[in-house]
Design a protein around this ligand. Structure first.
Ligand code: COA
Length: 234
């Protein structure tokens, strides 16, 4: 086993392997149930949308060790993802649902209305492309990390830390004030985030009804996460 970890942007050649690793390591996620074709398309759409944080860790022999996904401007990023990749993602989802009835049922119960609204917005934006989605916000600039995953046999060897450090550096390079993430309350990853200086910031329920703990990491100039600024209002 080598100790060297190289972190670099996720590119086309990483898509199949990275999305397969995601399905394997985060197999409890709904996303991972959407099928390999959907996951590859999802990873492609994610990495190609402006403001993506999408990085892979590889060892010196080129073996994939882990992945981190996030966005420096989540709202703009998700709109671009839906605009550019939404039709392909929708097609993959429908194809997968046709062959997997229990997945289709869960999709209908937990997400169909939300995805249908997204589809309507996609069609509307295609019909009136002159409307821009540019928004100028006066508040803090908040990016997000959505997934960190490390190959099972390399967990506990510093890969997750290296991926998060690189994502935090990307947040700083984008001049963000903070990063946020959510993780299920029963996942051991909470301890990992707290150990690396992320602060638990309450619980929330997703639009699909799943419980999450929210974590924040303030990007103070000194580079020590929560060290420099007082926490915001709770
Ligand atoms: C969570 C995960 C990303 C952490 O990555 P990792 O490579 O195993 O973690 P690292 O080896 O980089 O650990 C970095 C530090 O965090 C500590 N740490 C790791 N997991 C921890 C945990 N569950 N609780 C407390 N501390 C933890 C390590 O001891 C290490 O400390 P040190 O650097 O001071 O010695 C990885 O274990 C994983 O992929 N888990 C499954 C998927 C998952 O749950 N992802 C997160 C939800 S999206």
């Amino acid at each position: 086993m080598t100790g060297v970890v190289q972190i670099r942007p996720l590119v086309g050649a990483d898509l199949a392997e990275a999305s397969a690793l995601h399905r394997e390591i985060l197999d409890m996620e709904f996303l991972s149930r959407c099928g390999p074709g959907f996951m590859r398309a999802y990873y492609r759409a994610w990495a190609e949308a402006p403001g993506a944080i999408s990085l892979v860790a590889r060892d010196e022999e080129g073996a994939l060790l882990g992945v981190v996904l996030g966005a420096t401007d989540p709202a703009t990023h998700v709109r671009a993802m839906v605009r550019n990749g939404g039709a392909r993602l929708g097609a993959h989802l429908i194809l997968h649902a046709v062959g997997h009835p229990s997945f289709a049922r869960d999709l209908l119960v937990t997400r169909a209305r939300r995805y249908a609204r997204g589809l309507v917005r996609l069609v509307a934006s295609r019909l009136s492309p002159s409307r821009t989605n540019a928004e100028v916000s006066e508040g803090p600039r908040v990016g997000e990390i959505t997934h960190v995953l490390v190959r099972a046999d390399r967990q506990g060897s510093g890969v997750g830390r290296a991926l998060l450090d690189a994502a935090i550096a990307a947040g700083r390079a984008a001049d963000l004030d903070e990063l946020v993430l959510v993780t299920p309350p029963d996942l051991a990853a909470g301890g990992f985030y707290r150990h690396l200086g992320w602060r638990a910031d309450g619980e929330m329920t997703s639009r699909s009804g799943e419980a999450f703990v929210r974590y924040r990491y303030l990007l103070d100039a000194g580079g020590r996460g929560e060290g420099g600024k007082p926490p915001g209002p709770r």
